[in-house]
Design a protein around this ligand. Structure first.
Ligand SMILES: [Zn+2]
Length: 316
C-alpha cells in the first residue's frame, strides 16, 4: 500500500536569530538573546538536515563526547527551540485549564508517572524569566484569545505564539540533551535489532493537525507541523518505517545520515576511505592472539621489508 502523506509547516512557526545559555535556579537553560529578531521558519523544507543534525547531537550525548555550547546555540539559531512545553502536556489546551497533565514527567519533575502540575507552575518551568504577575497575565491573554476565536482550527498555532514562540521561552538543556540522546539510542538499537530498553519521550499526536483539503484536491493526506519536536518525531517515524530504510548510522564514525543509495554504509567518502585502510590493516594484522589471550605485536611483513631495505642501504 502506498500512501501519499505530506508534512507541511504551520504558518506560525518561528526561530530567533540568536540564542544564549543562562542559569535559572541552578539549571541551565537555552533561550533567545534579548536583542534577537524573530522570523518565520519552514521546518519541513529542511527536514532531512534537521533530523540528521538532531541525531548527531544525540550521538555525542550517547557516547559521552564533549558538546560545545556553540554547537547547541548554532542548532537553536538554525531550527529554533523544540517546543517541549507543548509536547509534554497531555491536555491539548492546557493553558485554558487549571492543571497540566505531564507525560514523561521524569524529565520535568523527576517522577516516573504522569504528573499533574498547576498551570502557573508549569509555565514557570519554561518561562523562568517571568514573575507570577506576568505569568498570570499571559494565562489570561491566552484564555481571552480562545474565547475570541471562532474556529478551533488554528487555535493551537495562535496560542503557541505566546508560549513556545515567545522571546521569554526557555528550554532546560538537560531536557534537550535527554531527548536527542534517546532519539539516537532508539535509532541505534533498532538498527542493531536490540531490545528497546526505555520508553521514549516521543510524539504526542494530540497536537497534530491535519489537512483534509489536500485529501479532497490532491488525494494526499497532510499533517501540519506546529513545532520542531513534532517535525522530528514524525519524520523520524516516517524514515524508520520505509521498506527500504535510508536513515542509517555510519559504520566508521557512528554518525546518522540519510543515504542516497540503499547500500551505503558510510556517511562520507572520508569515512569510507578510512574504513578501507582500517580493513586492509586488519587483514595484514600484526597482532597475534596467544593461548593466554595476550596480544603480541610483531612487525608486519611490509614493515619488515621496509626495515630490511633501510638496513641494507645503511650498511652498504
Ligand atoms: Zn562516518
Amino acid at each position: 500500500m502506498n500512501i501519499n502523506l505530506k508534512l507541511e509547516t504551520s504558518e506560525l512557526c518561528y526561530v530567533y536569530s540568536k540564542y544564549k545559555i543562562t542559569k535559572f535556579n541552578n539549571k541551565e537553560y537555552i533561550l533567545p538573546e534579548g536583542n534577537a529578531t524573530k522570523k518565520k521558519i519552514s521546518l519541513t523544507e529542511q527536514i532531512n538536515d534537521i533530523l540528521v543534525d538532531t541525531l548527531n547531537i544525540g550521538k555525542k550525548v550517547f557516547y559521552k563526547e564533549t558538546i560545545e555550547q556553540t554547537e547547541l546555540l548554532d542548532y537553536f539559531a538554525k531550527y529554533g527551540s523544540f517546543g517541549f512545553m507543548i509536547d509534554l502536556a497531555i491536555n491539548k489546551y492546557f493553558v485554558l485549564d487549571n492543571k497540566v497533565a505531564i507525560r514523561d514527567a521524569f524529565y520535568i519533575t523527576d517522577k516516573e508517572t504522569i504528573d499533574f502540575v498547576n498551570i502557573d507552575e508549569y509555565l514557570k518551568i519554561f518561562l523562568p524569566e517571568l514573575n507570577k504577575r506576568e505569568i498570570n497575565g499571559l494565562i489570561k491573554k491566552c484564555k481571552d484569545i480562545a474565547s475570541d476565536t471562532n474556529s478551533e482550527d488554528c487555535l493551537t498555532s495562535i496560542i503557541n505564539q505566546y508560549l513556545i514562540y515567545s522571546e521569554h521561552y526557555a528550554e532546560p538543556i538537560d531536557l534537550v540533551l535527554n531527548y536527542v540522546r534517546s532519539l539516537y539510542k532508539n535509532l541505534i538499537l533498532t538498527i542493531e535489532h536490540k531490545p528497546l530498553t526505555m520508553k521514549l519521550p516521543f510524539l504526542s499526536a494530540n497536537h497534530l493537525t491535519h489537512n483534509l483539503e489536500d485529501l479532497y484536491y490532491n488525494n494526499s493526506f497532510g499533517f501540519t507541523i506546529n513545532y520542531l519536536k513534532q517535525a522530528i518525531d514524525i519524520y523520524y517515524g516516517m524514515q524508520m518505517a520505509q521498506d527500504v530504510r535510508l536513515l542509517k548510522v555510519c559504520n566508521y564514525c557512528d554518525k546518522a545520515f540519510i543515504a542516497k543509495n540503499p547500500k551505503a554504509e558510510y556517511d562520507t567518502y572520508n569515512c569510507k576511505n578510512k574504513a578501507n585502510v582500517y580493513k586492509s590493516r586488519a587483514r595484514s594484522s600484526n597482532i597475534i592472539h596467544t593461548e593466554t589471550g595476550i596480544a603480541v605485536k610483531i612487525p608486519s611483513e611490509e614493515f619488515s621489508k621496509e626495515l630490511l631495505k633501510g638496513l641494507k642501504k645503511k650498511y652498504k
